[in-house]
Design a protein around this ligand. Structure first.
Ligand code: PLP
Length: 679
């Protein structure tokens, strides 16, 4: 079995000796019994590809080793446009994959340095990223080289490329002064990457001369070959990690899928296989992975300050983000309180509501109401207002008492009841409860319109509005947990907008940073905020805060996330995709196992049932949802189910073609797995 590895050889500049260094590395690797492949994907004049093919005795055809050749010694974007040819990077990748599979290790020589344009939207660095190969940087020795080499290392790292080392190359006979002798040491010290050695000026360029005179550290290279990397990581994962919501006994018996990179709507594993991120990395990703503007927002903030506390201090990005959030959220939400995950944003909402009434002298107003089937997170406060027995029952003795409001799962309303009228009936019951007990109820917490973790239960139109009216009438705060629904998921920026509702408290997280970093906010009104203001000795202060509250990196990326929504008209572009999704989802009803399809915007739940007529569920031990998602991995799609409900929640920027692929593969996987299970 070939090891299927690759290393990309780039340089600090043109003419630094990439070809000679590639040749020398090739010879030394071959002398260790390693089967070498080579590529020079793009060449402008010269005969580097032919030189490598002949000198290293490579059998692959020259057209594969060098698929793109232009005659003029210019930057590729220019040389190829003048030659009226276009470089197709997908074609390069296909050839590269084929060559790579034939050899233990393929050395790919670049054109110029990392930031050399291959075409309008593609630099050499983009090609390397698509190849998913670590790089070696070839540098010359001498004055000025530290600057060029450190710039190249830093640029490579900010592009997410793995630098496995620097090789110095003497392309002419040089006299080694202080600069030349100390360059390697300086690069290791300031660049933080290994220097693999120097290729001296080669008189004969013979294999013998290379073996005898080049002291490149090949062992460092071969030990980072990718196959061993995947196995090593899997073993370390099993040895040291405990995964959330996971039966670790099952985990130990499987090969974990280890994600190493991502690009747009795709996740890429350690073996280089690409998967559509069909659940947006747990409902968070909005504009795709490695979105340039978001990357830049983080790196530029990184160069200012990564963290400073909001306890007693403020910081620039958190102030700017607060304003931006107040501008885009429903009217009346004017104050922003930061935290770092969805569960805490809800706990903060509960504590705010509770303490407000205490501060106002209404000591009896203490109880928190929530809906059946609700999910608001995993900390004990949010578990207290959770209604999903599977997750929450075991902690019953640890949590505080709440008022649980009956609320139907639209698919499984009681037999003698009709949905949606039954949902309104439940609210009538809630009103009766409020009439009697409102003086002891501080707040009602809801996931507006879509109850996500319960299986994407979508409320009938008008329910949220009615809930808001009841809360207002009886002076009970409405807390809308938009952790899952916020930032465009339902087709509008916030689910509350569908019914023109402005809650007293709104909790946001997940999509707030475009899926980049953990951040959450709890927004509230001036009225609630003012209820906490008073003389210090009155102790009305909100005594709550987390170490990373308002972290500048998170706030900077969140701010840019909001900018992109505006700049790229994300929601306008989403509308036709929602329509397409809606239409294609109807086809799933053709499948015998599909009982219900629930959709609101880009939140989808497909409930699989054993018997469509009786709605009999698949027994949970059959893990039907998990099996469908496992089948999907083989098809290059990542989904995560909620029991028997297949959840589809791709990044908002997914293209219609990718969406179609995702839906078609899901359709097939459901058909295949449920068919097998009925045999
Ligand atoms: N609230 C809702 C509606 C959620 O869907 C979730 C998570 O899925 C949470 C809160 C908890 O968020 P986190 O996992 O960031 O604590």
């Amino acid at each position: 079995m070939k090891k299927n590895n690759a290393i990309f050889i780039t340089g600090t500049d043109t003419g630094v000796g990439k070809t000679i260094a590639t040749y020398a590395l090739g010879v030394l690797l071959q002398s260790k019994g390693i089967d070498i492949g080579v590529m020079k994907p793009v060449q402008c004049a010269g005969d580097d590809a032919l030189f490598l093919k002949e000198k290293l005795n490579i059998d692959d055809p020259l057209d594969d080793i060098n698929p793109y050749f232009a005659n003029e010694p210019l930057s590729p974007h220019l040389a190829f446009s003048r030659a009226k040819k276009k470089i197709n990077s997908s074609r390069i990748i296909n050839i590269y994959q084929a060559i790579k599979q034939k050899h233990d290790l393929t050395l790919i020589e670049g054109a110029g340095g990392l930031m050399v344009p291959l075409g309008k939207d593609c630099l050499v660095a983009d090609l390397i990223r698509a190849m998913n190969a670590p790089i070696i940087i070839v540098a010359r020795l001498g004055l000025g080289t530290i600057n060029h080499t450190l710039l190249t290392i830093s640029q490579a790292q900010s592009y997410g490329l793995k630098v496995c080392g620097v090789v110095f190359c003497e392309t002419t006979r040089i006299k080694k002064g202080v600069a030349e002798q100390t360059n390697p040491e300086a690069i290791e010290k300031f660049g933080g990457v290994p220097v693999l050695g120097t290729v001296p000026f080669l008189k004969t360029k013979s294999r013998k001369e290379i073996v005898n005179r080049c002291d490149l550290n090949i062992t460092k290279l071969t030990s980072s070959l990718r196959d061993t990397k995947t196995k090593k990581l899997a073993a370390l994962d099993k040895k040291y990690m405990w995964h959330p919501f996971t039966q670790m006994k099952d985990w130990q018996e499987q090969e974990p899928l280890v994600i190493d990179q991502a690009d747009g709507c795709y996740l890429i594993d350690t073996k280089g296989k690409k998967y559509i991120d069909g659940v947006s990395s747990l409902w968070v990703n909005v504009h795709g992975h490695r979105k340039k503007e978001l990357d830049v927002a983080i790196t530029s903030q990184l160069n200012r300050v990564s963290h400073s506390t909001l306890l007693g201090l403020s910081n620039t990005p958190s102030i700017e983000l607060s304003k931006a959030l107040v501008d885009i959220t429903p009217k009346g939400l004017n104050k922003v309180f930061y935290s770092d995950n969805g569960s805490t944003s809800v706990e903060i909402g509960i504590k705010m509501a509770y303490q407000y009434w205490q501060n106002m002298g209404k000591a009896k107003k203490k109880q928190i109401a929530h809906l059946a089937n609700s999910y608001h997170g995993d900390t004990l406060g949010s578990v207290s207002i959770g209604g999903i027995d599977l997750f929450h029952k075991v902690y019953r003795d640890l949590i505080f008492k709440t008022i649980k409001i009956d609320f139907p799962d639209c698919y499984r309303a009681p037999i003698d009841k009709e949905y949606p009228s039954y949902a309104f009936e439940c609210l009538d019951k809630f009103e009766k409860l409020l009439e009697k007990n409102h003086e002891s109820i501080a707040a009602l917490v809801v996931e507006p319109i879509v109850q996500g973790a319960a299986g994407m239960i979508v409320w009938p139109k008008g329910i949220l509005k009615k809930i808001a009216q009841l809360c207002r009438k009886y002076d009970v705060f409405l807390i809308c947990d938009e952790v899952a629904t916020g930032f465009g998921r339902t087709g509008k920026m916030f689910a509350c907008e569908h019914e023109d509702v402005s809650p007293d408290i709104m909790c946001l997280s997940k999509g707030i940073t475009g899926g980049y970093l953990p951040l959450a906010v709890t927004l509230t009104t001036d009225k609630i905020y003012e209820g906490f203001c008073g003389p210090y000795q009155d102790l009305k202060t909100f005594f709550h805060g987390h170490t990373y509250t308002g972290n500048p990196l998170c706030c900077a990326v969140a701010l840019e996330n909001i900018n992109i929504f505006k700049k790229e008209k994300t929601l306008q572009k989403l509308a036709p995709k929602i329509k397409f999704l809606d239409k294609r989802l109807k086809m799933f009803y053709n499948l015998a196992s599909v009982g219900d399809i629930r959709q609101m915007g880009f939140m989808v739940g497909i409930e699989l049932v054993k018997d469509k007529n009786t709605k009999e569920p698949y027994p949970w031990e059959e893990k039907i949802g998990v099996r469908v998602c496992q089948r999907l991995r083989e098809k290059g799609i990542i989904l995560r189910p909620l029991g028997n409900v297949i959840v589809i929640m791709p990044p908002l920027v997914i293209s219609q073609t990718e969406l179609k692929r995702l839906l078609d593969a899901t359709y097939d996987a459901v058909e295949e797995v449920t068919h097998l299970s009925s045999l």
